[in-house]
Design a protein around this ligand. Structure first.
Ligand SMILES: *[C@@H]1O[C@H](CO)[C@@H](O)[C@H](O)[C@H]1NC(C)=O
Ligand SMILES: *[C@@H]1O[C@H](CO)[C@@H](O)[C@H](O)[C@H]1NC(C)=O
Length: 409
């Protein structure tokens, strides 16, 4: 077991005597100290918020939802900077009487948060989302008419985190130990190291995982995988007046890309066609020189059958004049397509063009995977990211129903 030395984040929270060691995975004794932190200020002015339906939630619960969401969105947490929001959320969950474990995912001490009732850390159902965001940070604000909440992460994915926590607290009294837990991970927006920790270090597999990402409160049908790589052509330079003395790398690359684009690629009814993107092309040295080198970075969005793509690329190379000068190098970590369960009574479904943490578990999936969350992906990474108050409230009801559905089977 690795020990992590030093605990800077506690110092930033103003605790008097931070302990100097924490055990990887378990820092429960330390966490109780966090409840007393003064930094857990998340007051709101109720009259700033307007919504059209309470979805059966009490006024107090709705206020608590807005407060928690504000607490999360007010903390900058661009991927890699998740300490502050991680500690605030930990303190919040502890203050509600939950048990909290930290999964330390890297040597800098970045951590995922696992929270549950009582002492059973392995549960039937897992509600999960991420606490990091894309850059740049911009602060929390509520629209003039009170129906929209702006801020980086307001939708992606702090709206999911807040509504999952409140849904969990709403049904807490009726839950037995070992039924439901919460997992909030780091790094989802930049490489997914938080959830990869779960895939690699946690042996246990939940019966059902409910992933929180912006789906407009519909059930995500699935998402395409990614297959990518670099095409390099090594030619031979020559004077452009004597092309027969050289090997034109640019021409070979252009021919290859054109032939590749005409191949047929896997497709299916649920996730649609493969998309091929020629993301970056470069080559040559000057207008009057036969180009000695050329390179392209290509990426496929893959609806099924990741294994088909290397074969298609090989056959396109074989069909290209001068193909023996081409070398293809597969990019790191191709991503399998993922299908979710989307036929659940009372919910609409939606096909999505983005990836999620679920990709990390394709080799050891849970029995059931569901993708659902408030807000729209269309605003998620933009400069005007927001979630509507109506979406946020509806998601609490949605998560409650999804948990209950999952526990009953
Ligand atoms: C809350 O907002 C209302 C309306 O904007 C304002 O009149 C009131 O003073 C605010 N209350 C507090 C405590 O800030
Ligand atoms: C639960 O705790 C055990 C014992 O420390 C650990 O091995 C296991 O990985 C934990 N499971 C989860 C889901 O964190």
């Amino acid at each position: 077991m690795k020990l992590i030395q030093g605990l800077v984040p506690l110092v930033t929270l103003g605790l008097a005597s931070p302990l100097s060691f924490i055990h990887e995975g378990y820092i429960q004794p330390l966490l109780s100290q966090l409840i007393s932190t003064k930094n857990l200020d998340y007051s709101i002015n109720e009259s700033d918020y307007k919504y059209s339906s309470s979805h059966g939630l009490s006024q107090a619960t709705i206020n608590e939802l807005f407060k928690l969401h504000k607490l999360l969105v007010s903390s900058e947490s661009v991927s890699g900077h998740e300490y502050e929001v991680g500690h605030k959320l930990t303190a919040y969950l502890l203050s509600k009487g939950l048990t909290v474990d930290h999964q330390i995912v890297d040597t800098k001490g970045r951590f995922n948060i696992l929270a549950y009732k009582g002492s059973v850390n392995e549960t039937e159902v897992l509600l999960t989302s991420h606490i990091d965001t894309v850059p740049p940070y911009f602060p929390y604000s509520v629209s003039e008419d009170g129906t929209k909440i702006y801020g980086r992460g307001a939708t992606d994915a702090k709206a999911s985190v807040a509504s999952q926590v409140i849904a969990f607290l709403e049904i807490l009294d009726s839950l037995e130990d070992g039924q439901v837990s919460l997992l909030f991970d780091v790094g989802e927006e930049s490489g997914g190291d938080g959830f990869r920790y779960v895939a690699n270090e946690i042996e246990y597999r939940w019966d059902s995982i409910i992933y929180g990402e912006p789906t407009e409160n519909k059930l995500g049908v699935g998402h395409k995988g990614i297959y990518h790589g670099t095409v390099e052509v090594l030619g031979l330079s020559a004077h452009s007046g004597y092309p027969e003395l050289g090997v034109d790398a640019n021409k070979i690359l252009v021919d290859f890309l054109s032939i590749l684009g005409k191949q047929s690629f896997p497709s299916n009814d649920l996730l649609g066609k493969s998309f091929l993107n020629y993301g970056l092309i470069k080559g040559g040295v000057a207008g009057n020189v036969v180009s000695p080198t050329a390179e392209a970075i290509i990426a496929f969005r893959v609806p099924q059958d990741l294994g088909a793509y290397p074969k298609i690329i090989d056959s396109a190379i074989a069909k290209t004049p001068g193909g023996e000068h081409i070398r293809f190098t597969e990019g790191k970590i191709p991503i399998e397509p993922v299908l979710f369960e989307y036929d659940i009574p009372g919910f609409d479904s939606i096909v999505l063009g983005y990836g999620t943490d679920a990709s990390a578990l394709v080799d050891s999936p849970p029995k059931h995977s569901i993708l659902y969350g408030p807000g729209s992906i269309h605003v998620a990474h933009g400069a005007g990211e927001f979630v509507s108050t109506d979406d946020l409230i509806e998601a609490v009801d949605g998560y409650k129903r999804l948990v209950q559905f999952s526990l009953k089977r």
